[in-house]
Write a protein that binds this ligand. Structure first.
Ligand code: S3P
Length: 189
């Protein structure tokens, strides 16, 4: 965890973490609980290009996806009262960490590798897991990215157990504590 560094200018709640950590489902719940608008950088990129993520990767390559992902993130800079769900690789591109932390309170959602894999196995939409051993790939990605998530986030919530609503309430309580110490915003809901 890195309490120093960029202080948020915004009052948004920003969710980072690996595939299967619950960024979208908890994000929706958090948006509901705090009367914020929910946005998802993956969806922004898909809408912009007009293709599903797997097709963006296969036709344009991962680098182009990352460029579009950063562009989508950057376009949120001046927005307030959002819950922002992000793709699992957003922390890998230099510069995104500063933008993420500038947006608001950055929450690292994570779960055990087994739980993550069980969740991502429910669909085939993630091109990085189209490998002979996706469980291994997911673990390897997590090992590389874990320190990046930790360095970027203001705090971590483990989503391995609990309902979406209970976990969202845990994240919200931590976010309130966070904002109590920062002038950027407060959560009244
Ligand atoms: C990716 C995660 C995906 C999506 C893309 C790449 C990654 O988002 O951005 O498939 O690099 O971990 P989710 O984390 O929402 O699955």
């Amino acid at each position: 965890m890195n309490p120093s560094g960029t202080l948020p200018a915004g009052d948004n709640l920003v969710l980072i973490g690996p595939m299967g950590a619950g960024k979208s489902s908890l994000g929706r719940q958090l948006a509901h609980l705090t009367a914020r608008r929910w946005v998802d950088t993956d969806k922004m990129v898909v809408q912009r290009v007009g293709l599903p993520i797997a097709d963006i990767f296969s036709r344009h390559g991962e680098d182009e996806f990352r460029r579009l992902e950063s562009e989508a993130l950057d376009s949120l800079r001046d927005h307030r009262r959002l819950v922002v769900a992000t793709g699992g690789g957003i922390v890998t591109r230099p510069g995104n960490d500063e933008i993420l932390r500038g947006l608001g309170c950055v929450i690292f959602l994570t779960a055990t590798p087994d739980v993550l894999f069980e969740r991502v196995s429910r669909n085939q939409s993630r091109p990085l897991l189209h490998t002979p051993d996706p469980a291994r790939t997911l673990r390897d990605l997590l090992a590389v990215r874990q320190p990046l998530y930790e360095a970027c986030a203001h705090f971590t919530v483990d989503t391995s157990d609990g309902t979406h609503e209970a976990l969202a309430r845990v994240a919200l309580a931590r976010a309130r504590e966070f904002f109590a110490g920062h002038p950027a915003g407060k959560i009244s809901a």
